[in-house]
Design a protein around this ligand. Structure first.
Ligand SMILES: Nc1ncnc2c1ncn2[C@@H]1O[C@H](COP(=O)(O)OP(=O)(O)O)[C@@H](O)[C@H]1O
Ligand SMILES: [Mg+2]
Length: 262
């Protein structure tokens, strides 16, 4: 890929450019992040900015570190340098539980993560493990079931009996139990039959536009991801190679050639 050598010398988009893509202003901010697993550094000085109620999609080759960006925001990586802020608060070193409980950040797993042998309702209860008090748990589960009648109709059925699209919906719903403001979504359409893909984007679009959730997403289907999001980032070898309004990135010949098969 010809983009690789170029990025070694190219410092990538600067912070002013990145902040300029945020409307109205940056809400979740990552500055100069160095992070990885054990001794291996995967992200080398990453900057990322997204406004409240905006969506940002990260695309890039396999192994570029896209999932690691989401892992880092949620607290799954070793961060050696840099800062993550939400709404002006430093959340860099909070644990995943603290992210969910205090910082309003939720992570939706990439893989098929529903418990197939448990009912829909029991799966939702798993999302409420940090809530104290039976009533709060009950209210949270009911609130989510009210939102999605398709799940409510099946709340006593085993999750393994759901369609691929419904399982995805259950995974998203489980993350909504804690009423997060920021949703981290890793490859929401992976493994889904085409007819469910648009449904998943519809659900995420509603969460963004009707409920004001801020969404940071990784999507291997670059076209779908960029069509959905407000902001698009291209990550290559743990560094930002390109960033723009997602609709402009879709028009870029370089992105087209490398990621859109055009
Ligand atoms: N839990 C982990 N422990 C160690 N290395 C990991 C772990 N997860 C990912 N990696 C490594 O980090 C690099 C980036 O992976 P990842 O963020 O999953 O890339 P992407 O999502 O862009 O495909 C890869 O080299 C991968 O092998
Ligand atoms: Mg990944």
């Amino acid at each position: 890929m010809s983009i690789r050598p170029a990025t070694v010398v190219d410092p990538g988009p600067d912070q002013t450019t990145l902040k300029g893509l945020c409307k109205p202003s940056p809400f979740l901010e990552i500055e100069g992040l160095h992070a990885g697993y054990g001794r291996t550094e995967i992200l080398h000085g990453l900057n990322l900015f997204v406004g409240k109620g905006q969506s940002l999609c990260i695309i890039g080759p396999n192994g570029a570190g896209k999932s690691t960006v989401l892992h880092s925001i949620f607290g799954f990586t070793r961060i050696t340098q840099g800062r993550i802020e939400k709404d002006g608060n430093n959340i860099t070193t909070l644990s995943p539980n603290q992210k969910l409980q205090r910082a309003g950040v939720a992570y939706i797993l990439q893989d098929n993560s529903v418990f197939a042998e448990m009912t829909v309702e029991e799966n939702l209860l798993m999302g409420a493990y940090l809530l104290k008090g039976k009533h709060r748990v009950r209210d949270a589960v009911e609130r989510v079931l009210e939102k999605y009648p398709r799940l409510a109709e099946r709340h006593h059925q085993k999750a393994g009996a759901l369609s691929g699209g419904e399982r995805r919906l259950l995974e998203i719903s489980r993350a909504l139990i804690m009423e997060p403001e920021v949703l981290l979504v890793d490859e929401p359409t992976i493994g889904l039959e085409p007819r469910f893909i648009d449904q998943v984007f519809e659900i995420l679009g509603e969460l963004q536009h009707k409920e004001g959730k801020t969404i940071i997403m990784v999507e291997q289907n670059a076209k779908k991801g960029l069509e959905f999001a407000d902001i698009g980032y291209v990550l290559v070898s743990g560094k930002l190679a390109m960033a723009d309004a997602a609709s402009d990135l879709l028009q870029s010949t370089e992105v087209g050639r490398l990621f859109l098969g055009g």
